[in-house]
Design a protein around this ligand. Structure first.
Ligand code: G6P
Length: 366
């Protein structure tokens, strides 16, 4: 096992650093978007559906939440995202013109498989999976599939599986947008160019590791943390909080920053680190006023700003600047430093990073 780990201390760290390769492999050498990337029947299915229902658990669910922003804004198709274990036991109102999308690293998660069968039993026959295991039950059960090429993921806390899921979901967004006539060739080429730049862009973000390790030393002595994001970065805040709690056992919660004043602000004191994802987007000014609310209560802000965000470090405000501004792919790039923060915080606390207590890699029972 030591040989396989190479220069890394844990599989999780190795898998974080494999992401440029994993994302590159997941993109294959795609030169143009076609629905057939998802299967031979995809064109007809995409043409006929009028909404998307995403079903997943855990980190895969957060990939689905992120994809909702992309699919609704680029392909203009309404999207619902549901936790599989809730959906399967809920009385819902089915629409036969739904594209049911399951997202699963393993392809064997019992609740996600059961939710898929439940959707089918309600008359929703058009099914697609984003899955990392080509031979899994999930791929067999769905009409359409896109296989992510993360490779085997050993760390219980999902890293490269998540970013490759997001990559595949962005491809799905573009394929749906194309079939629905929502993007032209020029826009498609722009998006593809941005996708192909991902491996290099992820590499540059990984180089921020030393700065993140400094933050991790401070986080190691905390028992609570808040993660804030807005818009398509809110699911990334959720994923960042999940990573931290899974492996460092620090209680972490994520909020869409606009909800702060409706409760969590009461928790903010000088003991509460507040991690904020702050790329330059249409919500940045609103986010800055949310940050001001935290600062005024003595909370320590740890801000991931992108190249275009004008926020500087000052008393109580720590800033790590991302190398570029990433547009629609920004959620993928902002995931990386949050993985590293959780990883190094857990290392500083001496927990069993690759096998956190009470958790399993693949949950094949209810
Ligand atoms: C477990 C794993 C998570 C994963 C979730 C869903 O909880 O520890 O990392 O996100 O299951 O698994 P799946 O294989 O369906 O993506």
């Amino acid at each position: 096992a030591a040989a396989e780990l190479g220069p890394y201390r844990h599989y999780m760290q190795k898998e974080i650093f494999e992401q440029p390769r994993a994302v590159g492999d997941t993109l294959q050498d795609i030169e143009s978007i076609t629905p057939e990337l998802f299967g031979d029947a995809a064109y007809k299915i995409f043409k006929d559906i009028d909404n998307v229902l995403v079903l997943a658990c855990g980190t895969s669910y957060y990939a689905g939440l992120t994809a909702r922003y992309w699919i609704e804004s680029v392909a203009r198709i309404p999207v619902n995202v549901e936790i599989a274990s809730e959906y399967r036991y809920r009385d819902s109102v089915p629409n036969p013109r739904t594209l049911v999308v399951t997202i699963s690293q393993s392809g064997e998660t019992a609740d996600t498989l059961a939710a898929l069968k439940h959707a089918r039993s309600l008359g929703m026959e058009q099914t697609l999976t984003i899955c990392n295991v080509a031979t899994s039950a999930m791929v067999r059960e769905c009409k359409l599939a896109y296989i992510t090429r993360a490779g085997v993921e050993i760390g219980v806390a999902s890293t490269k599986a998540f970013t490759t899921q997001l990559t595949a979901l962005f491809l799905l967004t573009l394929a749906l947008a194309q079939v629905k006539g929502q993007i032209n060739d020029e826009q498609e080429a722009e998006h593809l160019k941005a996708l192909r730049h991902l491996p290099v862009a992820i590499g540059a973000v990984l180089a921020l590791e030393p700065q993140i390790m400094d933050w991790a030393d401070r986080f190691a002595s905390k028992e609570n943390a808040l993660f804030l994001g807005r818009g398509m970065h809110y699911p990334i805040a959720l994923e960042g909080a999940l990573k931290l709690k899974e492996i460092s056992y620090i209680h972490a919660e994520a909020y869409p920053a606009g909800e702060l004043k409706h409760g969590p602000l009461a928790l903010v004191t000088e003991h509460m680190p507040v991690v904020t994802i702050a790329p330059r987007d249409e919500l940045l000014e609103k986010l800055k006023s949310n940050m001001q609310e935290v600062h005024a209560r003595g909370g320590e802000l740890y801000v991931f700003a992108d190249a275009d965000t004008r926020i500087g470090s000052s008393e109580g405000i720590h800033v790590i600047r991302m190398p570029e501004h990433y547009g629609k792919l920004s959620p993928i790039l902002h995931t990386i430093p949050l993985q590293l923060l959780a990883y190094h915080t857990a290392c500083a606390r001496g927990t069993d990073v690759d096998k956190p207590r009470n958790l399993a890699k693949s949950v094949t029972v209810e």
